[in-house]
Design a binder for this molecule. Structure first.
Ligand code: EPZ
Length: 417
């Protein structure tokens, strides 16, 4: 297993290009199940989760070719309707094939996703929504067996906003008989990009970008090409890496419009940002101050940036608080930051940070994608050497992050353990 070694203290400077969005690409890849034909997806990040979804599509029967961030999926009808345990256990987003398989073939066998470092990851909203569209669900031997003669439109209200459930029901409803409404739908940019992709395939979705989606089922859809939106979480990860080193960098090919609250918070802490349509530059402005953050569904502050911001705030003098309202167990990185000397603790769903301690490098263990990013960010400002293991977590969601940070002047390298 690889490790990442960081020697802190280097200021980041220069220009970096953001990659395509993992969380936009995964549901769009699953949507290719809905219609035969050839799909070309561009700006696809070369990361483990994308490779896992490629394996899954191949198991179901698609032909997939992936090189230089361009993905070609050829769907000539499928032979299997299954997402096996050994894939689902490595990536819970495998559940995205459930809706499309039911819409296209009326059946699916998907391993029940387990929990992960973020705690229990229930899928009740996915299953209840599919049942409302006429699906019979059985759980046995750790698998979800789902059947339907024909999906029928229905009225779905999510008592809690769920990105995954919104995506799954959206993909199930586009070929259902009649009209489906989804209330309290997620509005993340990744859901908006999925809805636009489906409409380009011939679906009839209204209310895109709002909490109420109305879908008029159609008989058939067709394959299309598309370019993925940029990864807003990766873009913010670059910004925080520069901020913690008091550096100044420019990020190109990004989408500032998808980072509203996040950019406001970075400015509130005391950094200056120059923002254009697809570029963000960050420079240090001197005086810094602690802040309070609450994670919420989009357009609120994204939970995926909770650990990376906690890393930055560990170096900002004063008391900051982050209220984690989405994944209460997204806290395993805290004890790792404490090993660097950060004064950070958990009180219920509040992450309380007394920033300003001098951080010193130490051996650390990554526990999930965004925790791994947080440890790297903190290590950039820690005196001496930090060694981060289990970086396979990082590689699930970031394309060669250490190479990109090294290009910006960080003293960071990947070594074989
Ligand atoms: C997506 O996960 C993202 N993953 C996550 O990013 C992101 O943190 C999350 O949305 C933010 O909401 C992908 O897009 C692949 P949810 P998802 O359903 O869909 C509860 C990353 O690092 N819930 O929106 O699994 C759930 O427990 C990953 O890129 C139910 O109760 O998240 C949570 O508290 C991490 N029942 C809340 O809803 C359900 O059926 C939001 O979860 C489904 C979810």
């Amino acid at each position: 297993m690889d490790k990442i070694i960081v020697r802190g203290g280097k200021k980041l400077t220069g220009t970096i290009f953001s990659s395509g969005s993992k969380n936009a690409g995964l549901p769009i890849m699953a949507a290719s199940i809905l219609a035969e034909g050839k799909y070309i997806l561009r700006n696809v990040p070369d990361i483990t989760d994308i490779q896992t979804m490629i394996k899954l599509l191949r198991i179901i029967g698609a032909e997939v070719v992936f090189n230089k961030n361009e993905l070609t999926i050829i769907n000539k009808g499928f032979s299997r309707y299954e997402a096996p345990y050994d894939l689902v256990k490595t990536m819970r987003a495998s559940i995205y094939v459930l809706g499309p398989l039911l819409a296209r073939f009326g059946k699916a066998k998907v391993s029940f996703p387990g929990g992960c470092a973020l705690g229990a990851r229930p899928i009740n909203l996915h299953l209840e929504g599919l049942q409302k569209l006429g699906t019979t669900i059985e759980i046995k031997h750790g698998y979800i067996y789902a059947y339907t003669d024909k999906l029928k439109g229905g009225k779905i209200f999510f008592e809690k906003k769920s990105v995954g459930a919104t995506a799954n029901i959206l993909m199930a409803s586009v070929l259902a008989q009649g009209i489906t409404t989804i209330e309290n739908a997620s509005c993340e940019p990744e859901i908006t990009s999925l809805a636009h992709f489906l409409n380009k395939m011939g679906a009839k979705i209204k209310g895109i970008g709002t909490e109420v989606l109305t879908i008029q089922g159609v008989k058939t859809l067709h394959s299309i090409d598309t370019t993925l939106i940029s990864d807003r979480i990766e873009t913010a990860t670059f910004l925080l890496s520069a901020a913690i080193t008091n550096g100044n960098i420019t990020i190109k090919n990004c989408s500032p419009v998808h980072l509203g609250f996040v950019l406001d918070k970075i400015k509130e802490i005391g950094f200056s940002l120059q923002i254009s349509k697809d570029t963000i530059s960050i420079t240090d402005k001197g005086e810094k101050k602690p802040v309070e953050i609450s994670t919420n569904p989009y357009p609120g502050f994204p939970t995926d940036l909770q650990p990376p911001f906690a890393a930055l705030l560990s170096t900002i003098k004063g008391k900051s608080i982050i209220y984690e309202n989405i994944f209460s167990d997204r806290v395993m990185y805290i004890s790792e930051l404490q090993r660097l000397g950060a004064d950070i603790k958990l009180n219920g769903n509040q992450i309380i940070i007394k920033g300003g301690n001098k951080l010193t490098g130490a051996p650390l263990i990554a526990s999930d994608i965004r925790a791994a990013a947080a440890l790297i960010i903190a290590a950039l400002a820690s005196n001496g050497k930090t060694e981060i293991s289990r970086v396979y977590h990082l590689d699930r969601g970031y394309e060669r992050l250490e190479e990109k940070l090294a290009k910006l002047g960080a003293d960071i390298e990947r070594v074989k353990d």
